[in-house]
Design a protein around this ligand. Structure first.
Ligand code: AMP
Ligand code: MG
Length: 487
């Protein structure tokens, strides 16, 4: 049994930042799944996750002797409106564990471990369904190379809670260098408490952004790096077709990692206006709105940091970095998605046309890029299989002719180009229907599909022919899956 030893960095901020809370255990918790690659980060590989001494820490039964379990306070803007105090209403930070490779420590958080002083009207629980979704997506995103919180292990319970219908519950253990949010800063700003605002910024600089401390204005440097990381994160999301669903400032990580998986989705039939969250009736967080929302959220953060920043003008200049940074980052990812090493002036238009063709043709986003990798730059006759996937075949063929000519101005041959494209365009993504199948089995206590899906999604770029069915496009019934904020 590996030894756990928690350190408590966040707790060192002092009690204004949190409430000390003991987890409330799930009734008769059972082990559902763990991620071996997340376990490896902490040197916990090969552990017996159902062994009581170990499971008890992660299913909320016990607090480890070295852990100071706490719920952090934060506030936030929800759907563009100031929502006031929120906080960890159903999550508890256990502390930090060292990484096996000596890199920065990781905070360990239980989600669904019972009510806290910040639960407001909520019951402090997370349902099994959305915990499985968060578990799978965290690990899928990590394998896609996208900054994200990780999922360590998942315990379930037949203790029901009421949502739109009664649902089974779970506790998910997640990992991140820090769970501090944009809303953590907004909390102090909007309550007019500048001392804790400053302490939080200093804490972040000391532990996560030490380079900022040598800048002539450390707080401006802090804002800048958070904005850059956010722009890069959103560029990754757009490139892979990920939709977060609830981009409220309380769900925005100051480290630029994907946080708080709820009604997320991956783009399937390409539609830039797609809204993955059924509760988002106005489409504020639609796919195409995401980059602009990222900027909006950065404004909210800058506003909260205003008391620490020198002047409005330099703050505006820092905020202006976001669109440039996003464009540059996104553009680079697109070049790679299309298999282009050189940059040509017509590329942007070419990309936009392909997106439009996917939209008109209702083509699957990930699948289309995977098909594009199969293009022969010299032999058009080989490529009929690609336009077959589109409704608008003639237009697609005309575009492919242009693309072929463009590829001829590249150095790489077909094989090397395809290999490069297949390293950035995933074959396997967490489609809603795949998650749904795993959930339905898990509700019957069969967790094998979670384990299988985890394995498939761990190598999203590899062919994995034995798992071909996991690359299949969504069946008709998948259209009925509604994912909302209720989790
Ligand atoms: P979310 O939309 O899940 O990011 O949650 C927004 C806020 O509501 C956070 O402060 C959560 O802690 C809180 N919250 C969500 N669900 C619950 C719940 N079932 N019990 C208590 N608090 C919750
Ligand atoms: Mg949240």
């Amino acid at each position: 049994m590996p030894q756990l030893h928690f350190q408590n960095r966040f707790a060192s901020l002092g009690e204004t930042f949190f409430a000390q809370v003991r987890p409330s255990a799930l009734s008769q918790a059972y082990f559902v799944a763990h991620s071996e690659s997340a376990a490896q980060l902490l040197g916990l590989e090969g552990s017996d996750w159902s062994a009581a001494e170990f499971a008890n820490i992660f299913n909320g039964n016990q607090v480890h002797a070295t852990s100071l379990s706490l719920a952090a306070v934060y506030s936030g803007h929800q759907f563009g409106v100031w929502a006031g105090q929120l906080g960890d209403g159903r999550a508890l930070l256990l502390g930090d564990l060292a990484q096996a490779n000596g890199q920065e420590m990781l905070e360990v958080q239980l989600k669904g471990s019972g009510s806290t002083p910040f639960s407001r009207m909520g019951d402090g629980r997370a349902v099994l369904r959305s915990s499985i979704r968060e578990f799978l997506c965290s690990e899928a995103m990590a394998a896609l190379g996208i900054p994200t919180s990780r999922a360590l292990c998942l315990y379930g319970s037949d203790q029901y809670v009421m949502r739109e219908q009664p649902e089974k519950t779970a506790i998910l253990t997640r990992l991140a260098p820090s769970f501090i949010r944009f809303g953590s800063f907004e909390h102090w700003y909007y309550s007019g408490q500048i001392e804790p605002l400053k302490s939080l910024a200093d804490f972040l600089i000391a532990h996560y952004f030490p380079d900022c401390s040598v800048s002539s204005n450390p707080y401006q440097a802090l804002l800048k790096i958070i904005i850059e990381r956010t722009a890069d994160l959103f560029a990754h999301w757009q490139a892979v077709g990920f939709m977060h669903g609830v981009l409220n400032t309380d769900n925005m990580s100051v480290l630029g990692i994907t946080l708080d998986y709820g009604p997320f989705g991956f783009m399937e039939a390409y539609d830039p206006q797609h809204i993955c969250n059924h509760s988002d009736t106005a489409g504020r967080y639609s796919f195409e709105n995401q980059p602009e929302i990222g900027h909006w959220n950065c404004h909210a953060l800058a506003q909260a940091l205003m008391p620490l920043l020198d002047d409005v003008e330099s703050t505006q200049a820092i905020l202006a970095i976001y669109p440039e940074r996003f464009e540059a980052s996104y553009r680079k990812l697109l070049q790679a998605k299309f298999g282009l090493q050189r940059v040509e002036s017509g590329d942007e238009k070419r990309f936009a046309e392909f997106f439009e063709l996917m939209h008109l043709g209702q083509a699957d986003y990930s699948f289309s890029f995977r098909q594009l990798a199969k293009i022969s730059r010299t032999n058009a006759a080989q490529d009929h299989h690609i336009s077959d996937w589109f409704i608008n075949r003639e237009q697609v063929n005309a575009w492919l002719d242009q693309y072929r000519q463009r590829l001829q101005r590249e150095h790489l041959g077909d094989t090397e180009r395809a290999a490069g494209m297949n390293k950035v365009n995933p074959k396997f993504i967490l489609r809603n229907y795949l998650a749904q199948q795993a959930i339905e089995k898990a509700e019957q206590k069969d967790f094998s599909e979670i384990t299988r899906l985890l394995k498939v999604l761990a190598s999203p770029f590899d062919e994995q022919e034995e798992f071909e069915q996991y690359a299949a496009l969504p069946p008709d019934w998948a259209q009925q899956i509604a994912v909302s904020c209720s989790s």
